[in-house]
Design a protein around this ligand. Sequence first.
Ligand SMILES: C[S@@+](CC[C@H](N)C(=O)[O-])C[C@H]1O[C@@H](n2cnc3c(N)ncnc32)[C@H](O)[C@@H]1O
Length: 378
Amino acid sequence: MTKLRYAVPCLFGLEGLAAEELRRLNMEDVRAENGRVTFSGPPEDLARALLWLRTGERVLVELGRFPAKSFEELFEGVRRTPLAELIPRDGAFPVKGYCLDSQLMSVPDCQAIVKKAAAKALGAAYGLNWLPETGALFQLQFAIMNDTAALYLDATGPGLHKRGYRAVGNAAPLRETLAAALVMLSRYRGREVFFDPFCGSGTIPIEAALIAKNRAPGLKRTFSAEHFPWLPQSAWTQARAEARDREFHGQYRILGADIDENAVSLAAANARKAGVGELIDFSRADAVRSPLPAEAGILIGNPPYGERMLERREAQRLYTALGRHLGGTDWSIYLLAAEPEFEHYFGRRADKRRKLYNGRIQCACYMYSPKGRKEEKP
Ligand SMILES: C[S@@+](CC[C@H](N)C(=O)[O-])C[C@H]1O[C@@H](n2cnc3c(N)ncnc32)[C@H](O)[C@@H]1O
């Protein structure tokens, strides 16, 4: 197999960072689009992309693209896609997908048509009337947009944000991909003091530690593509060995704090699970009262935001107290907040801001350069 085309869906606002990651991995023909990035390469590139991507949600292999104004066109498009090149005789091929701004808008109907057409294509290729689907998972995904269908094979399994270190059940955690994006925006590489005063379950300091160590975020988990017969095991062995070789073993000063004692214990447990427990100091502290841990450094956090009115007012008061506490310091500050008037309450206009989505919640990262210093390019 020579070259394949891949798509990496990502949270809105993170396309540029995901594209930058892929270019740094030397992937070919990287293009950032709305909500996703595409690139090309041999199957071996899949293993490296899956292991290394910090800001992408998953990696999909593009199987085909065709007009789909009607169910007939959708069926024919899928049936003509050479699925047997990538899906073996016993592969299980469930189908999911979405429709947007198209004549075909019923997802369950399109799902049924794609399944039927895929079964027809594979049945014809393998000379079978009935496909056993007893083997490995080959999750198919369709996206019908503006009457054009794209068909993908998901190489990921659970989303890439599932690095395998976070316990379930903690309140309002930040998605790992978004936490990594905030750290990447700050250009932190392990040299400065790093501090998250609202650490919650520890996602931001943990992602910072993984970045400081240059640890591939997927090193401790598995992917659907590990069962793809056309992606040799040697590609995985090589990609994992390369990732281990590229890891740094320096001294870092990374701190996380939270007002909630339970959050502090949870964050420490998550960090240990991520293999960076010894690199991060977690403590209980009030972000608007406790002294900062150093004269200067990088401070990143997502303070609480209230959804109900009373909580919202409380959050606004916290931003004001935080603005007073952090004003005039030599720290580079990055705060993620959903409050549209954040700068007003914080008491300072941000030097830069970037619109992002935390799940479905629109928010922004407000960036403040150290006082008196010329703005650094994020
Ligand atoms: C939105 S959550 C942060 C989520 C975190 N980034 C994560 O990934 O789990 C906000 C956190 O701020 C903490 N918090 C609220 N008020 C605080 C204060 N005055 N000082 C420090 N932490 C505070 C809450 O306990 C909560 O854990």
